[in-house]
Write a protein that binds this ligand. Structure first.
Ligand SMILES: [Zn+2]
Length: 215
């Protein structure tokens, strides 16, 4: 793990927004801008999708990102690639050290299959994503909700290739920061999951911040 701090000050940010536990957030980040997500309470999964702002069908690809860096975990230096081969963002600072892109987003269906039939109507990330893009009203719909990143979520891969949702390694105030390499749309579902340790069974807010390009 490579822990790298940012020199950008929250007081210089041009945009700041706290995203409450369980809520979605969608916003454009322009080329050259810096985009930070802060885990305010610790051990909170921020399920995140990115799109090329000029073509929403050109979206974040876990497979291309993993292939590009030859590693399963995301951290400082990771180049977030799209399905069309576009470099969307680069992770430039990370005080948590590891982020998941294999575990996917929670959904009503997967909650029911993984946990219990009664979990079906619990609030889930896929519904949050869908609600956000529909309210945003720019033509995105269910087919645009593809593979995502789980910032601050710990999903270690065993030597046999197994996936396990483990207790988080993040703490209050840890953050991940990216530089947009093209104009992107960022969509976050601040995960409401209560059935596995990804949110320490207690979802908490995250804060998003944006800075303008450096001279
Ligand atoms: Zn979730």
């Amino acid at each position: 793990m490579s822990l790298v701090e940012s020199s950008l000050l929250p007081s210089d940010a041009v945009y700041r927004q706290v995203v409450p536990a369980g809520e979605p957030w969608i916003h454009e980040v322009r080329r050259g801008q810096f985009f930070r997500i802060v885990d305010l309470g610790g051990n909170q999964a921020a399920d995140t999708l990115f799109y090329n702002a000029h073509d929403y069908s050109d979206r974040y690809s876990a497979q291309d990102t993993i292939q590009n860096q030859g590693n399963l975990y995301l951290t400082t230096g990771t180049r977030l690639m799209s399905t069309g081969g576009t470099l969307l963002l680069t992770i430039v600072a990370d005080t948590c050290g590891r982020h998941d892109t294999l575990g996917g987003a929670c959904a009503n269906e997967s909650n029911m299959v993984r946990y219990a039939i009664e979990k079906r109507h619990m609030h889930a990330c896929r519904s949050s994503f869908l609600k956000a893009v529909i309210e945003w009203g720019r033509g995105m719909d269910k087919r645009d909700i593809a593979n995502n990143i789980n910032f601050f979520m710990n999903v270690p891969v065993t030597p046999e290739g197994g996936l396990t949702f483990e207790d988080g390694i993040s703490e209050p105030g840890k953050y991940v920061e990216m530089r947009a390499e093209t104009d992107v749309v960022a969509l976050i579902s601040n995960c409401p999951q209560l059935n596995n340790p990804c949110n320490a069974y207690n979802p908490t807010p995250v804060e998003v911040m944006i800075w303008n390009p450096r001279d």
